[in-house]
Design a protein around this ligand. Structure first.
Ligand code: GAL
Length: 418
């Protein structure tokens, strides 16, 4: 065979190969805010599995825990008519995106994969718009955790607290011993996270639902709310000067390094301990935040998919949706992330003790009426109401206004935002 002929044959083959890989694989551009050590490790699992199927993952990470920055970027991309293929969006907000008419229908994937049978009904309902799946859930995070460094507690001669009174006693001892009692991340969503934990502790689950799910003005300005606000402010004396603006994972690092004794944060914090090679029970203690042992404030991450014209992108986004509820992904991702699988009936063998306790607490709290949606993490109310609550709480925590005045303001601002 002449070398010219061979070369052109080769070129035809290369061209054919390029066309055919393009035909199997498509590209998904995925907007998310998983940028900390543990989070990045977790999201990489999805990227790798998708790429193994021949698709391309275009990463669109917007840093900022809690996702507020990511949501702002997403809105501007959507307004410009150029949304990504998939985006990390959760809770009631999914309905707002559904109203815009921009979401892809995932019913064929859901039917093939039997999502209705694999998901708790409360979760499945949130993923549907007008009866059709438009989002796919990834995990279940528990918010009301306390992460503690046992070495710091030991050195300070302090006991791990299970009530807020005990917390104060322990915090004083820890401070006297020269440690920072609480690693505090001074960002509105983190302050809202601690706030809702305390509301659950002070008022119980029914009060929590009245105040932070139904946004009932009477509950928002009640004496119980005042007590919760006072307790939240009490913690401030046990935080350090570096708290304002601090990212949550840097606060977790303070506990990991033994500079601080504890952090109140959802179990994505466990992802940081895991990524640092730390073992629960030995290097750190994970226990329910004071006063909330029977409660489970839940936070379910999910991805919405935007309508696509390109056939490859449609294929890739359906492949991504299909992967998320597969047992392999549910295990590896959640082990890294600190959350528990959202898929029912998953084998438990790969999970550590805090995850197993979280699984047990999830079902026990569902039975006792203590499974409540997180307000701070977009599970409970629409963004406008969440924004109003967070503004009042952060202003209160960072100023000298009284708890009584803040509670009245909560009621009036929330009413105005409804
Ligand atoms: C939450 C999200 C978690 C975690 C956290 C900190 O809102 O649900 O998955 O990433 O923010 O970034």
């Amino acid at each position: 065979m002449g070398s010219k002929l061979f070369k052109s044959l080769l070129m035809v083959l290369v061209a054919f190969f390029m066309v055919s890989t393009h035909a199997i694989g498509g590209e998904v551009e995925v907007l998310h805010w998983w940028t900390s050590g543990g989070e990045a490790k977790s999201v990489a699992v999805l990227k790798d599995l998708l790429e193994k199927q021949g698709h391309t993952w275009k990463d669109f990470a917007v840093a900022g825990g809690g996702g507020d920055a990511a949501m702002t970027v997403l809105k501007s991309r959507a307004v410009a008519g150029n949304p990504p293929t998939a985006a990390q969006v959760k809770g009631p907000q999914i309905q707002l995106w559904g109203d815009e008419g921009v979401l892809a229908n995932l019913d064929d994937v859901a039917r093939a994969e039997k999502w209705d049978a694999l998901l708790p009904k409360v979760v499945a309902d949130v993923m549907k718009y007008e009866g059709s799946y438009v989002a796919v859930p990834v995990n279940v995070h528990r918010i009301n955790w306390m992460w503690a460094n046992p070495e710091v507690f030991r050195k300070a001669g302090a006991e791990l607290p299970t009530t807020w009174e005990q917390f104060e006693v322990a915090a004083q001892k820890i401070q006297k011993a020269g440690f920072i009692p609480v690693a505090w991340g001074g960002q509105p969503w983190q302050e809202a996270t601690v706030f809702e934990i305390i509301v659950a502790a002070m008022g119980g689950s029914d009060f929590y639902r009245k105040a932070l799910v139904e946004a009932d003005p009477e509950a928002l300005k009640s004496p119980t709310m005042v007590k919760a606000l006072v307790t939240m402010k009490m913690i401030k004396a046990y935080t350090d000067k570096g708290a304002p603006g601090r990212d949550w994972n840097l606060a977790t690092a303070m506990v990991i390094k033994g500079e601080a004794a504890m952090q109140f944060m959802g179990d994505w914090a466990k992802g940081e301990f895991t990524a640092a090679g730390k073992k629960p029970g030995r290097d750190y203690i994970a226990m329910p935040a004071p006063g909330t042992s029977g409660q489970f404030l839940f936070n379910v991450d999910s991805f919405i998919m935007f309508k696509q014209k390109d056939a490859g992108a449609q294929k890739a986004q359906k492949a991504m949706a299909g992967l998320i509820l597969q047992p392999e992904f549910q295990t590896v991702f959640n082990v890294n992330k600190g959350s528990i699988p959202v898929r029912l009936g998953m084998p438990r063998a790969s999970f550590d003790d805090p995850a197993l306790r979280s699984m047990n607490a999830f079902s026990a709290s569902a039975a006792s009426g203590d499974l409540v949606p997180s307000m701070a993490h977009e599970m409970a109310v629409f963004p406008a109401v969440r924004g109003a609550i967070m503004d009042v709480v952060t202003n209160y925590y960072n100023s000298d206004i009284s708890a009584q005045a803040a509670a009245s303001k909560l009621a009036s601002e929330v009413e105005a935002a409804k």
